[in-house]
Design a protein around this ligand. Structure first.
Ligand code: 48F
Length: 253
């Protein structure tokens, strides 16, 4: 016969164990959007200990809503291949491929988890750890605590590499810009430019890089840092960028 407190024990003990196992990891991915989740899947599949930290309750970022909340996303050929790796059904539409945004988001999340990544939801990354000229971890707090404006100090987690997958706001890079300066040509977060799908897609991949020792960008954060266009509901660049950042990190670790 189980009781209510057994349920409490089950939850608290399991979560504390998961949290303790994540105090030191290979890669911390900040933001569970399509780029961060894709990076996490490739890194975990390569045997790395990867955790994804998502501020919101639901991982998935900006992919659930397709375009203007019509639940359809568009990808080009390379994006289709990545979607199909996690079992997403794509259909050709003119020069593009389309997929259901809910199916795609759900399967990208499941793909990362099945590969072995751990996702922490409702946790916000509010700072990085840095020593000897290198980003070496993240500083986290409960999103609920921050939303309530309570003065509660955060906790630190160690990571050999940190990925900024926070999308348009490029939050981790903005912290590093302010406190350390980025190692990009201008040293600043340039901010994203107006919508231009094709160019934005191409540049997302090109802009995916290490921007400070130990800190990498993926997805829309890459374009926001480098001052490149946004691209709206076309997602192949996000997926390819996740794959590229995983490859860059695997070369280093
Ligand atoms: O915005 P998001 O989906 O980033 P992405 O992977 O994909 C961009 C596309 O969705 C779309 C686009 C496609 O063409 O332009 O916008 O680059 O996901 C970013 C996630 O990061 C979370 C945020 O809640 C979202 O789910 N996030 C942002 N800041 C933090 C954070 C933070 N400080 N700590 C934790 N999570």
């Amino acid at each position: 016969m189980s009781s209510d407190i057994d349920i409490t024990r089950a939850i608290f003990e399991s979560y504390s164990q998961r949290f303790l196992q994540s105090v030191s990891m290979d890669v911390a991915v900040v933001g569970a959007g399509p780029s961060g989740l894709t990076a996490a899947r490739y890194l975990a599949a390569a045997g790395k200990k990867v955790c994804v930290f998502e501020r919101k309750l639901s991982p998935g970022g900006g992919m659930w809503g397709g375009g203007m909340s019509f639940p359809v996303i568009v990808v080009q050929e390379a994006g289709r291949e990545i979607l199909e790796e996690v079992g997403v059904r794509c259909r050709r539409h003119g020069p593009y491929h389309v997929a259901d945004s809910i199916e795609a988001t759900a399967k990208i999340i499941a793909g990362a988890v099945d590969a072995g990544a751990t996702i922490f939801n409702a946790v916000t990354v509010e700072d990085v750890m840095a020593s000897q000229d290198k980003v070496c971890g993240i500083v986290v707090n409960w999103t609920g605590v921050l939303a309530a404006g309570m003065h509660v100090d955060p906790l630190s987690l160690e990571a050999r590499a940190v990925v900024d997958g926070t999308g348009h706001p490029s939050e981790v890079c903005r912290i590093v810009e302010r406190k350390l300066g980025l190692r990009t040509p201008t040293g600043r977060v340039e901010g994203e430019k107006c919508m231009w799908a094709d160019e934005g897609e191409r540049l997302t991949l090109e802009n995916t890089r290490e921007v400070y020792p130990g800190l990498y960008t993926t997805g829309m954060a890459s374009n926001a840092v480098m001052g490149s266009p946004r691209m709206g509901p076309i997602f192949g660049g996000m997926l390819q960028s996740g794959k590229k950042v995983a490859d860059l990190i695997l070369e280093k670790l």
